[in-house]
Design a binder for this molecule. Structure first.
Ligand code: FES
Ligand SMILES: [Fe+2]
Length: 336
């Protein structure tokens, strides 16, 4: 499946840029091959329009923000968050043709990121109750490009057989090749997967989790939100909870922007954010190395790859996406 060949994927919200990166100047982002420019409007809310001026096609992201509007670097035409041109410095009588406009996209702030939907959304932005819970703190972790399909990462996060082989320096345990529990439930937003996995607990993690054991169990509440967001709520026996929320925002068929934050029910005084990020950095780099070696054209037709018991969540993900494509009158696309 090639994501840019399926208009369906334009109907979802994706986090595209951390709000903190919009504070000083406009930023560009390519979403499903659509170049965008984002900036903060007069109220400090994020705005997104096509990154192409309607005058001579210069990239608006080269411009600057003036009074909450985006001003083109070429001749100074200025556009508001609706894409309407509000200033043409060269206009003698100050009139502006209504045809002077650029395409604007829906854009909102959530969880500290600007989210964009290119068309009418068929699902809401994932609801993460812990993000509103004062017991939890939110730590932004990673914002970087991965050379792989988002679908591969979604499956990976719910694949409880890979830690033994991939997470050899972090938490994978040779004693636990499969989880002790696998419960799968289809939901309106995607799926819910409960599992229990025995893991190693290296020293860095013992410190982060305030545990002295070198082995422990993770009880995982896994949520997959159509199409490319996963939340893993990892519950430890001592009551510590580490929640990873990861969206693989599709840039093009072979590339995704990895956007990850975590939520924890401890304080900065108990565990430094830098230590939390350092451990998750090691984990995610172990995944990245493998996932970037996989085909980005992920087949939804199950006969094109081989499967085993622990692939059940990934198989359900493929089935749900396939069903949704059919519902919207689309066929699976492929480069093959
Ligand atoms: S190209 Fe943007 S103002 Fe001329
Ligand atoms: Fe992993």
């Amino acid at each position: 499946m090639l994501v840019t060949k399926q208009p369906l994927f334009r109907k979802f919200w994706y986090p595209v840029i951390p709000m903190s990166e919009l504070e000083d100047k406009p930023k560009s982002f390519e979403l499903l091959e659509q170049p965008l420019v984002l900036w903060l409007d007069p109220e400090g809310k994020p705005a997104a329009v096509e990154d192409r001026c309607c005058h001579r096609t210069a990239k608006l992201s080269l411009g600057k923000v003036i009074g909450g509007n985006i001003c083109c670097a070429y001749h100074g035409w200025t556009f508001d968050s609706s894409g309407n041109c509000v200033c043409v410095p060269q206009s003698q009588d100050k009139t502006i043709s209504p045809s002077y406009k650029v395409k604007a996209y829906k854009c909102v702030e959530k969880y500290g990121y600007a989210w964009v939907c290119l068309e009418d959304a068929i699902k809401d932005i994932p609801q993460i109750p812990e993000a509103l819970d004062p017991e939890f703190r939110l730590i932004p972790e990673f914002y970087e490009t991965w050379n792989c399909a988002g679908l591969r990462v979604m499956e990976n996060e719910l694949d409880m057989a890979h830690p033994t082989f991939v997470h050899t320096t972090t938490f994978g345990s040779e004693e636990h090749l499969i989880p002790d529990l696998m419960e799968l439930k289809e939901t309106d937003f995607g799926l819910y997967y409960k599992s229990v996995l025995g893991v190693k607990n290296p020293q860095a993690q013992q410190k982060n989790l305030h545990m002295e054991e070198d082995k422990t169990f993770r009880t995982i509440d896994g949520y997959w939100y159509l199409p490319f967001t996963v939340k893993l709520r990892i519950n430890y026996p001592n009551g510590k909870v580490h929640i990873v929320v990861n969206t693989m925002t599709p840039i093009n068929d072979s590339t995704s922007q990895m956007v990850q934050f975590c939520l924890r029910n401890d304080t900065e005084a108990e565990t430094k954010s830098a230590d939390v990020i350092a451990f998750d950095r090691a984990v995610t780099l172990e995944d990245k190395r493998i996932l970037e070696s996989t085909d980005y054209d992920v087949p939804l037709d199950l006969s094109n790859e081989q499967h085993m018991i622990t692939d059940k969540p990934g198989i359900m993900i493929r089935r749900k996406i396939f069903a949704l494509l059919k519902e919207y009158g689309e066929m699976e696309s492929s480069s093959k």
